[in-house]
Design a protein around this ligand. Structure first.
Ligand SMILES: [Zn+2]
Length: 260
């Protein structure tokens, strides 16, 4: 639905009709994004201009219960969404709970990422058009609730995409490499800053093809699939941050599910 609204706005044919019709009370799903009138939203985020009108694209939080957000003149009701569940049993408890020094390392890395995605740099492009970061299929959806030995873990806030070690990963949109380093959970991890509070992140890479500080065009090879960090097999773990929320990457690209 959000995607439809966005598509409609991007198409000049219906943009003029929607301009005055964007309601101030909106209902949307957990971790989706919405398009708002920039001036009415009064928020300095990811923007684009179409037919001389400025819009804001706003990322919604992952919620367990219905939550109302007040953004400028807008009231946005965010509804929880069931993304699925997975249960796994691991007999070796040492594998479930990392040792203290690793936990400390992981939380420092988590805070570093949180700080990076708070930045507001200038937007690289005036659109919201992504290409898939890999020519592949989805193996694990965004938002799935995970249970290890019956205990709830944090939901999967990324999209897992299939790929053998060495498969190319592309920049889905032009941006700047703001991080390329090894993390405890994510392994070799890249973060691209697309400006306006939009960031994309790529984990478990075998190898980097870019360096921190480098600017990349849409479609540039930024690295290669691997199985570094805490993983059971090679794949690409893809995250999208918008106004510091991790939104569902499935809403941005057309990717099929693996059939096995
Ligand atoms: Zn993942």
């Amino acid at each position: 639905m959000k995607k439809l609204i966005l598509l409609c706005i991007l198409l000049s044919s219906c943009a003029s009709k929607l301009e005055d019709d964007l309601p101030l009370n909106l209902v949307a799903d957990s971790s989706a994004f919405i398009v708002l009138d920039f001036n009415k939203a009064n928020y300095n985020g990811y923007a684009f201009t179409k037919n001389k009108k400025k819009y804001l694209i706003y990322g919604l939080p992952y919620v367990e219960e219905e939550k109302t957000l007040y953004i400028g003149e807008y009231n946005i009701k965010v509804k929880p969404k069931f993304f699925g569940e997975s249960y796994i049993e691991i007999a070796d408890t040492n594998l479930v709970t990392p040792k203290l020094s690793d936990q400390e390392r992981a939380s420092a890395e988590y805070l570093k990422v949180k700080k990076i995605v708070k930045k507001q740099s200038n937007q690289v492009v005036n659109d919201f058009d992504f290409i898939p970061p890999i020519d592949s299929v989805i193996t694990s959806p965004f938002g799935k609730r995970r249970f290890i030995n019956g205990n709830p873990r944090s939901p999967h806030m990324a999209l897992d995409l299939r790929g053998a070690v060495g498969k190319e990963i592309f920049a889905p949109m032009a941006g700047k490499v703001v991080m390329a380093e090894e993390h405890f959970y994510g392994g070799n991890k890249i973060i691209l800053d697309h400006g306006g509070g939009l960031f994309t992140a790529y984990s478990h890479l075998n190898k980097f093809n870019v360096e921190e500080g480098e600017s990349v065009e849409q479609g540039a090879i930024i690295g290669f699939v691997g199985m570094t960090g805490r993983v059971t097999g090679p794949h690409l773990h893809w995250e999208v941050y918008l106004n510091q929320e991790r939104i569902n990457p499935e809403l941005l690209v057309d990717l099929e599910y693996a059939q096995d």
